[in-house]
Write a protein that binds this ligand. Structure first.
Ligand code: TXA
Ligand code: MG
Length: 303
């Protein structure tokens, strides 16, 4: 398949023309990769069953894993859900455009394929000028998972998308590095108590403050090996962010963590393995989020 590649760093007359071309592809049922502030997305017209099915095919994604619907204007929510609440309004005012996805009851216009057969829909307004302009000009809400092959680390640079998607989709917009670097926080608003289904850069405290209500964390997130907890976001049950190499996470008291990393590193290197170590200061979580996926892909490249 022929993939058109566009390099768009900023909005100007020339780049707006290119965005118009890509928007036309979306409107005609094509699949295109585009930048957002979190990670790159793989978009198609969220209301077009056939277009959305091409996303699942390009990614190799299980069909029970629903997609996030991206909007450029809050009014688009009114047609995607029939229950637009005061809470949604507060969250939108405070965090959109931005790295927050909300789960709400879906309206009839949203096809089952987009929501993986669920009667709820995930909605987000990305904070990226190219994404917003693309959605606006396409005239449709845009269903978009992260633009990686299913299971691989999410793409945070144009080259990552080229690696995974070139030749598989209609167009790719490259636009430098994603600012945030990890996916949006997913907040479920369909139960009495709002709860986080996927952690992201926005914290439960920030969300609580905005809506004046306690925000819980889905217990399945911290019990991934316990079969009694089934995550409510279907995507959380599949292996994801997985580099080709084996990955070990060390957690605990600083000095013991350092010792243990050194011990394992030595042990592995003696066996002839190559070992890469990713370290951040305790406080540098923004930097860590920004770089993590890119580091994982870099290590794979270095074997
Ligand atoms: O930052 C992001 O959210 C990126 C950019 C492209 O916007 N998108 C993204 O999409 O991470 P994806 O498809 O990689 O992850 C979507 C997650 C999956 O875990 C999926 O199961 C969950 O959202 N999800 C989608 N719709 C849902 C629903 N109705 N109920 C529960 N979980 C849902
Ligand atoms: Mg993903």
């Amino acid at each position: 398949m022929k993939t058109l590649v566009y390099d768009i760093k900023e909005l100007n007359n020339d780049s707006l023309k290119k965005i118009d071309e890509v928007a036309m592809i979306l409107r005609n049922g094509g699949v295109v990769a585009f930048p957002t502030e979190t990670v790159y997305g793989l978009g198609a017209d969220a209301l077009n069953h056939k277009a959305v099915s091409k996303i699942f095919k390009a990614k190799g994604r299980p069909s029970d894993n629903p997609l996030i619907v991206h909007i450029s204007d809050i009014e688009q929510c009114y047609s995607l859900t029939n229950s637009f609440t005061e809470t949604i309004k507060k969250l939108a005012e405070r965090f959109w455009p931005g790295p927050l996805t909300i789960i709400v009851p879906k309206s009839n216009i949203v096809p089952d394929i987009t929501t993986g057969g669920l009667d709820t829909v995930a909605i987000r307004m990305p904070d990226h000028p190219v994404a917003l302009e693309l959605i606006r000009r396409s005239g449709c809400p845009v269903a978009a998972p992260s633009a990686n092959l299913s299971g691989r680390p999410s793409p945070t640079k144009g080259e990552h998308v080229m690696e995974d998607m070139f030749g598989k989709i209609d167009a790719i917009i490259k636009s430098g590095d994603c600012k945030v670097g990890i996916e949006s926080t997913i907040l479920d608003l369909t139960e009495d108590a709002p709860s986080i289904l996927r952690p992201g850069i926005l914290t439960p405290e920030e969300l609580s403050n905005a809506i004046g209500q306690v925000v819980k964390i889905d217990p399945a997130i911290n019990n991934v090996v316990d079969d009694n907890f089934v995550p409510k976001a279907p995507g959380m049950k599949y292996a994801h962010y997985a580099p080709n190499a084996e990955m070990i996470i060390f957690q605990g008291e600083r000095d013991r963590v350092i010792k243990e990393i050194e011990r394992i590193k030595e042990e592995r290197e003696k066996k002839g393995d190559r070992v890469g170590v990713i370290l951040y200061n305790d406080q540098s979580y923004l930097e860590a989020a920004h770089e993590l996926f890119a580091k994982l892909r870099e290590f794979d490249k270095q074997n």
